[in-house]
Write a protein that binds this ligand. Sequence first.
Ligand code: AMP
Length: 193
Amino acid sequence: MTGKAPLRIVFLGPPGAGKGTQAVLTSGKAGIPHISTGEMMRAAVQSGSDLGARVKQFLDRGELVPDDLMIEVIRDRLSRSDCRGGFLLDGFPRTVVQAQALDGLLSEMRMPLSHVISLDVPEDILLERIRKRGESSGRSDDSVEVASRRLKVYWELTAPVSEFYRGSKRLCALDGLGSVEDVQKRISGALGI
Ligand code: AMP
């Protein structure tokens, strides 16, 4: 088989950066599964599963689900056969502990990351976007208060994940401002797709 090397991508970016939208477009274009841990968590809560019961309180408060639980969830998901040809992670890793665990897991599975993409957007614009999203969507974690907490959690726990990847020279930081199409072009260019 010839074919290109699998794209194994991590998407990083603060809440409100448009990460979810870009992740859907990019995974569709690349033909790889879009793995959104936020969506997985919301689905678990809705289905009333055991996992859902364990994570609900964290989602409702805009706090992070504990690392060990998230790492187990992602280990299961990446073991599925649809990830063999690549994957796009959206919302994981969210802490440096998760990033280290992901490196360990992927090296065990012999499928290291090919790209780490961060979407950078200034904080005042993020707050504005979060407010608007809170008004228009019914997401329980999208009230302005919870959204502000999510942003705070981001700066405290998730921003260091970018530094973790910058330190190992794997980070590709892109400007997240502009239209959906503009940002998508930047991402496609960085991935060569
Ligand atoms: P998201 O849609 O990615 O913003 O995720 C929604 C919520 O799911 C977050 O506020 C967390 O409570 C939880 N969550 C999603 N991904 C993670 C993760 N990698 N680590 C911890 N909690 C997470």
